[in-house]
Ligand binder design. Structure first.
Ligand SMILES: CSC[C@H]1O[C@H](OP(=O)(O)O)[C@H](O)[C@@H]1O
Length: 365
């Protein structure tokens, strides 16, 4: 997407070809800094501390992490070590596992001397595919927004609620949940977005609000607990969220709090859509409760970073000295609460049949 008129992706090869560069998302929205990743360990660190985050972007960074490792040690042992290091960074987004399997499938059959170049090309291809997948999700989601707009008085905005950041900052470009929003905005359909702040890392307040603002999309940041209230009062036309891993039967693992939004949507008859790029599908799992849920530091709950009046970004303690935080980073929304899945191949029911109908190749495998 464009930042002040300049086109950007969230990860890209450095001009000298010896590194990749990323936007350091831990500094948003107060500082905009580009970070150079010159080695696999830096890529692993960037995923672990969430300088990059979001399932598709985690997958892309993982792929480039393997490619950077192949420049140092392209032996079988080097490949295995790189994959093991990257695998342990974050457990929930299946894109990380998928990217590792994809890189291993390409690299393992090659002689060591051919692996660095092949890995770099495969990582670049994976990124280009992510952009195309998300644009296609945007096209399919646009038609849903268009149909909702058609039932509203002329000029009245479609009011979309989203949780966390499944925007272009969570992918290589376009985003997943935001792609339909950007496409609708660009098509002249009035949309307004309720942006869940998404405690404790505030991906909504810090990232979604930032990127929607840059694209000129009208939005308001709300506390996570306000969504049900807005739905009860008819102020939400649809909910669109992303996913970190969706099972073969349509259970959706996403940022903590997504399940509560789905319950509120179900109770108020608000359609609840999940944008699902196929690399985030995990056909090896049926029951969402079998997905590993990342437990992050309790300090993310008890402390908060922000910008002071002097322009410094500082951390403050929110809770009493000695109070501990518990910080599950994801939850599981059962398929029964999902209105439909918006994929790059079209829209389907959150059922085994619906998913297999769009992805027979994956289901068969
Ligand atoms: C398009 S996937 C984005 C997905 O990733 C986020 O988690 P995190 O910021 O911790 O990586 C959140 O679950 C989003 O829905």
């Amino acid at each position: 997407m464009k930042i002040d008129g300049v086109p950007f992706r969230t990860i890209w090869p450095a001009e000298d070809g010896r590194a990749v560069e990323i936007l350091d998302q831990t500094l948003f929205p107060h500082r905009f800094e580009i970070l150079r990743l010159s080695g696999m360990d830096q890529a692993a660190h960037a995923i672990r501390v969430m300088q990059v985050r979001g399932a598709p972007l985690i997958g892309a960074t993982t792929a480039y992490g393997v490619a950077l490792a192949m420049r140092v040690d392209a032996t079988d042992a080097g490949l295995a070590e790189a994959c093991a290091t990257l695998l342990e960074t974050r457990p929930t987004a299946v894109n990380l596992h998928w990217a590792l399997e994809r890189m291993k499938a390409v690299l393992a059959p090659l002689p060591a001397e051919a692996r660095a170049e092949a890995a770099w090309a495969e990582a670049a291809a994976l990124c280009d595919e992510d952009v195309a997948i998300n644009a296609a999700i945007g096209d399919h989601g646009l038609e849903i927004i268009r149909a909702i707009a058609a039932k509203k008085p002329a000029g009245e905005p479609v009011r979309v609620l989203t949780h966390c950041n499944a925007g272009w900052l969570a992918t290589v470009d376009w985003g997943t949940a935001t792609a339909p929003i950007y496409k609708a905005h660009d098509a002249g359909i009035p949309v307004e977005v309720w942006v869940d702040e998404t405690r404790p890392r505030n991906q909504g307040a810090f990232l979604t609000a930032w990127e929607l603002g840059r694209h000129g999309v009208k939005h308001k940041v709300i506390v996570d607990n306000a969504g049900g209230h807005l739905m009860q009062r008819g102020l939400v036309d649809m909910v669109i969220v992303g996913t970190d891993r969706t099972t073969a039967r349509g259970d959706v693992c996403n940022k903590i709090g997504t399940y509560l939004k789905a319950l509120a949507a179900h109770d108020n008859g608000v359609p609840f859509y999940v944008t699902l790029p196929s690399p985030t599908l995990d056909f090896s799992v049926q029951d969402g409760f079998d997905i590993p849920i990342e437990s992050r530091s309790g300090r993310e709950v008890t402390h908060l970073a922000g910008m002071t009046a002097s322009g410094a970004v500082e951390e403050v303690r929110l809770t009493p000295e000695g109070s501990e935080g518990e910080n599950p980073a994801f939850d599981v929304t059962p398929a029964r609460l999902v209105t439909a899945l918006i994929t790059e191949r079209g829209v389907c029911a959150a059922t085994e049949e619906g998913i297999a109908g769009l992805f027979p190749d994956r289901a068969a495998a």
